[in-house]
Design a protein around this ligand. Sequence first.
Ligand code: PLP
Length: 367
Amino acid sequence: MSDAPVSTPAPKPGILTIAPYVGGKSKIEGVSEPIKLSSNENPLGCSEQARKAYFDAVERLHIYPEGRASKLREAVADKFGLEPDRLIFGNGSDEIFALLNQCFLEPGDVMVTGQYGFLAYRISAKANQAEILYAPEPELRVDVDAILDLVDERTKIVYISNPSNPTGSWNSGEEIRRLHAGLPERVLLVIDEAYAEYVTEPDWETALPLAREATNLVVTRTFSKIHGLAGLRIGFGYAPRDVADAVDRIRLPFNNSIPAQEAGVAALSDDAHQQRSRELVREWRPRLTQAIRGMGFEVYPSAGNFVLVRFPDEARSARDADAFLHSRGLIVRPVGGYGLTDCLRITVGTPEQNAVLLDALQAFADQ
Ligand SMILES: Cc1ncc(COP(=O)(O)O)c(C=O)c1O
């Protein structure tokens, strides 16, 4: 036997400092059907047409998908009026962030995002040994000047979501144009519009038209929210051709499955399902906001399919509220991972789910 020291394979520096992403809980011990309002999913499920397309795809499970997702590509390009060759498809938009980070970040480069920027941007940035700088969001919304203040020659990518998760805040079209105009052209700006379809605020604008003319702007969208296809993992990005081309060289060859591509195409054409999903949020987001404020808790203005609720009273803390809701079969999302330890994020559910939630929160408030 050799006396040589045992050495095991070591991950790259920094990997083991990454906190694994923890998704919203989906189970409560002893409760067969909890009400899950923790992951901003679509409580109406997906389009019937998408389900049918998914089932029909079962006949083709033994063959590889078409690598460029051409049918889905054409459908997305058609729907949004975009050039098909500027689209990037990912296994969820999360994969697009990972691919962009892998393409553009080297060790020592800097990625800038907001203080409450979505966690997924950070994980792959760290995996590429980049440094992450967080711009303060004192009002729980992205502050364009605070982001621009952090940008220097080391900055390679800037990420924001609009609307933002977990805060629900949004930035106006004017703010987005100012952010883009303030960045050097060599810095890639990624605007994550996962919740775009739920926005009703008149000053919000999609950044897709701005991206059309830009050489350093990527806009991402997802099928996980309005289309109710979170389980199938489909997201896309609209990018400058050079960026799309770079990503295409490193993505896995078949990163969207056949059932996902087929269901995605069907979902896109089901306007009635999208309309119902939007209407549910348009009706219930203000109702939840008003009702929860009426109970004495703070609710931040939201443009997404969720609300962020603050429990300022230590005697009735977010942790207590979470435990109480749990005991009533409701799962919501603690957001301590973002430093918002006194808040819970609650997805807009069906009218029945929302009624159960409001009853439970009222009982908690009355304790
Ligand atoms: C801001 C934001 N971007 C992206 C995603 C993830 O999207 P996908 O399911 O397409 O990976 C989420 C999911 O919660 C999100 O909140």
